[in-house]
Write a protein that binds this ligand. Structure first.
Ligand code: HEC
Ligand code: HEC
Ligand code: HEC
Length: 102
């Protein structure tokens, strides 16, 4: 399930009507030097109402094909920083603990 490619998961989600299964790719732990950041699909898709296409296939594909970025790159708009810029969503220049949980 976790290794399923994104387009296949989209089809499954459409088939399931989006209500029963976990949203998108579920909760995904992203390990890094700053600890572990838990990316939650439900929060972005269900709560914030963001479409799959805003994140897939660019900049995100799957946990296995994750493209590592630094916070510096994120502050320049890469990865999470595409939205977490202080306008569309809280900025990666602060609020560290909102993403980096111990
Ligand atoms: C706000 C951005 C965002 C949105 C919106 C989003 N995703 Fe994701 N998705 C991610 C991230 C981040 C990953 C982890 C990939 C990585 O680490 O590079 C991911 C991974 C996945 C994976 C792979 C899971 C795995 O374990 O490898 C699937 C499947 C997936 N998403 C499906 C969806 C579907 C279907 C939707 C729409 C209902 C959706 N996503 C919406 C950001 C998003
Ligand atoms: C929007 C969520 C988010 C916020 C806010 C955030 N980070 Fe991160 N951070 C991440 C993610 C995700 C990664 C992993 C990136 C990767 O591996 O591709 C990461 C990686 C890191 C890393 C390892 C990579 C590097 O740049 O050396 C450090 C250290 C770090 N964060 C520190 C911080 C600090 C300090 C803050 C607050 C000023 C912060 N982060 C704010 C999501 C966030
Ligand atoms: C397509 C835009 C987009 C992308 C890309 C995105 N986010 Fe978000 N994120 C949002 C929005 C919008 C919200 C809800 C508004 C807010 O909290 O500022 C949100 C909320 C969050 C929250 C909830 C914070 C809280 O406690 O309320 C976390 C944590 C988070 N994002 C982490 C991440 C991480 C980690 C990544 C990268 C792997 C990421 N986001 C990528 C748009 C995005």
């Amino acid at each position: 399930m976790r290794r399923r490619i994104v387009s296949a998961a989209c089809a499954v989600l459409l088939f399931a009507g989006g209500a029963v299964a976990a949203t998108g790719g579920g909760d995904i732990p992203i390990k890094n030097k700053g600890g572990v950041v838990l990316f939650r699909h439900s929060l972005h898709v269900d709560d914030a109402g963001i479409a799959c296409q805003a994140c897939h296939p660019d900049p995100f594909l799957s946990a296995k094909q994750h493209k590592k970025v630094t916070m510096k790159e994120m502050q320049k708009g890469k990865s999470c920083g595409a939205c977490h810029d202080g306008k569309k969503a809280f900025s990666v220049k602060g609020s560290c603990s909102k993403c980096h949980k111990k």
